[in-house]
Design a protein. Structure first.
Length: 178
């Protein structure tokens, strides 16, 4: 509580109200202190969020839970050309626009030059992955690539996708997946 100024005091000293005067404020109708009662916790069952009985539809039998069989990539031999398609998201404008096409070509040619420099210096993966031919479409890029094995094919395509995505995203001023 705030201090109270009394006029009867000649000095004008501040006095605090006595606690006995404030005690009725903390009492209930039954003369029990409100602050002294323990509050019970709310243990009601909530109906939003979490697992509920019957949620998610009927359970599938064990025979229907088998994983989907994916086709295994064919054995890749060194020097065999592979056709790769790199698709872009729907919200990205056409890759055939002059600025975007120029940037994608620049990335592909820079990748080729980088690998040639690594092969000449004997550093890095060298010519383990190379783009033989490419064509730029509106919403995807077709690539004919060569790689020494499956791992280099996968790594090379992933690295190429990342470089193209970064170049296009920088040009468009956006972030995220290609």
């Amino acid at each position: 509580m705030y201090p109270v100024h009394t006029d009867s005091d000649p000095i004008g000293a501040l006095q605090f109200p006595r606690f006995e005067l404030l005690l009725p404020l903390f009492m209930s109708a039954r003369k029990e202190p409100i602050l002294g009662r323990q509050v019970a916790l709310d243990f009601r069952v909530r109906m939003h969020g979490g697992a509920r009985p019957g949620a998610g539809g009927p359970r599938k039998p064990a025979s229907a839970k088998r994983p989907v069989a994916h086709r295994v990539r064919a054995v890749h031999r060194k020097g065999d050309p592979v056709h790769v398609t790199v698709k872009v998201r729907r919200r990205i404008p056409s890759l055939r626009r002059e600025l975007l096409a120029r940037r994608v070509k620049q990335v592909l040619l820079n990748q080729r030059a980088k690998l040639e420099n690594e092969a000449a210096a004997g550093v890095g993966v060298g010519m383990c992955f190379q783009v033989v031919h490419f064509t730029i479409q509106d919403d995807h890029v077709h690539l004919i690539v060569e790689a020494t094995d499956k791992r280099m094919l996968s790594r090379g395509v992933m690295g190429l996708e990342i470089r193209i995505a970064r170049a296009v995203n920088t040009l468009l001023g956006r972030t995220g997946c290609f």
